[in-house]
Design a protein around this ligand. Structure first.
Ligand SMILES: [Zn+2]
Ligand SMILES: [Zn+2]
Length: 85
């Protein structure tokens, strides 16, 4: 049993995540892990749950948000999916 760092639930299936800074956190769910650790999109403010887009140290949830917020954003392309043939 381990207690979740976010909600305090002492749950038998709790798990640990070690971040790049070396800190270790305990969570009872992915929801709580996202709440504590996921970066926030600098344009729309949502939690970045997928791969996201990084431009010069700024994080966005998607290429659309990066295009809207960055001065040279028109050059930022979505990388997921199948390119047109
Ligand atoms: Zn929790
Ligand atoms: Zn966004």
């Amino acid at each position: 049993m381990a207690r979740c760092d976010v909600c305090g639930n002492d749950y038998r299936l709790s798990f640990e995540i070690r971040t790049t800074s070396g800190d270790t956190h305990t969570f009872d769910s992915f929801e709580c892990a996202i709440h504590r650790l996921a970066p926030v999109c600098e344009h729309c403010g949502c939690k970045i749950v997928g791969h996201g887009v990084e431009v010069s140290g700024r994080f966005y949830c998607c290429a659309h948000c990066a295009r809207r917020a960055e001065p040279d954003g028109a050059e930022i392309k979505d990388a997921a999916g199948t390119p047109p043939s």
